[in-house]
Unconditional design. Sequence first.
Length: 183
Amino acid sequence: MLLCLGCAFFTLLSAVLAGEGNPDKGRVASNIVQGIGFLGAGLILHTRDRVVGLTSAATVFVIASIGMACGAGLYIEAVLATAITLFSLTFIGYLESRIGWKRYPLMYEVRGSDQNKIYRAILSVLDRAGERLNVVERDSLAQLERVTFVIKANPKTHARLLADLRASDATDQVVAFRDVEAE
């Protein structure tokens, strides 16, 4: 909201600062685009295995253009662009949640008394799901064996993996956590 308001005021000020006799009334407004591009680039982050912030950066860029349209007196166009933006973000978010496009990493911790049986159970479940076992950590605590690994999948796959691992006779306890390093 503040970004939109700021761009609208800079667009209004561009003509005022240029004065009546100056034909270059868009100088300040043209620099808004560069500044917003720089701001949007700062929103894009690259983590260990993914890029985040692209939608946020694009949204900031669109909001800036809506503010510039308001500053230029193009209110109908600004309202139309706002409606299209809100619809697009809402629709894509809905599709993403319904279809299961979004994949995220979960750290699984499988505990049991026999390490060999635990590994067989984990490999069996992951093979059926078409996932690869990449052990992050394994250790023994008293009589308890613990295996920790990360799987990146959609919510439906995570739910199925958790249910299958918990249903196995070889596992005493299966816990899933968000992978802090991936976020």
